[in-house]
Design a protein around this ligand. Sequence first.
Ligand SMILES: [Zn+2]
Ligand SMILES: [Zn+2]
Length: 354
Amino acid sequence: MSVESAVARVVCEACGAPVRFDPESQGLRCAHCRHVARLTPRPVTLEAHPLDVTMPDDAGEPAANLTALECQSCGAVVERTEAVIAEACPWCASTLVRAVDAQEDATTPTALLPFRVPRSALAEKVGRWAKRQWLRRGDLKTDTLCDEAVGVYAPFWIFSAELDVSWRAERARRATMKGAQGAEASGQGALVWEPASGRRAHRVEALAVCASRGVPTALADGFEAPPLGSLVAWDRRYLEGFRAERPAISQSLGWSHALKRVERSLYTALGREVGGETHRGLQLSMVARDPRWRLLLVPIWVARVTVGGRPERLLIDGLRGRVSGALPWSAPKVLAAAAAVVTLVAYLVGRGRG
Ligand SMILES: [Zn+2]
Ligand SMILES: [Zn+2]
């Protein structure tokens, strides 16, 4: 089957030209005659499936007719409604080439969050964000940002589970008598270490883990849980003019990422629970009961800005417009801040002496 015959475009009902999904009107806009056809979203209840179920039989299947392109560098498989032979990978800018047939995929999302932030709003959002980046370079070139930004529906696993958490640690209390057994000498007396342990239940609720290999981990983990209330049933018309990435991280690998994140946040919470004056050797173990997954597509704009001649990649949440990325440090701003700190310290030291 040729690429062309595999892809049937959705066309304008007024003039027959190809259309694109328009985030502002939530409809299909014709680039030729500007006609907008409203899209009536099909509501969807995203059922949570047990972790050991890879693909439930009743999940429904997205219509095929998509061109699948694979990145030779980061491994992302990106789907398009247009018949393209090759293009740049939205994540790593390597070349995407024709991949396996889209229909052969095992786990396909059945729901998505449509783009709400239009392309035209990106430069202004990035500009406002850059102004708030303390000590970072603000001399961004954003003139081509809106035209070149690529909108990708990135796959996210949404996990939920009940966890039984048991922990053990040693906590210290202040000895009432100096020289008690097991006491350590200290300036104000002595610390006595005693074993402590406990259990607690912890609910994991709608924890979002990015299933794309292209999205940098630091940015993917920083993504807030998407609001599941705005979900619609998968419909290829939302993909017109955009890309959709297939899950590159399996749900079992995604679940282990989720558990690591839960563990990190529990260490902080349990640190307070251990009690005592201080504690050491905190260890925890978690047993998950009935872990469940859902899979959906989250809209992300991938934009490039130039800072001092170097390209920097930024991600903009296609739903709420939040920008994430790291601009290079600004040497003058860092020096100015350091000088201010030195001046303040000198002033305080001088006042202390005087
Ligand atoms: Zn038209
Ligand atoms: Zn890539």
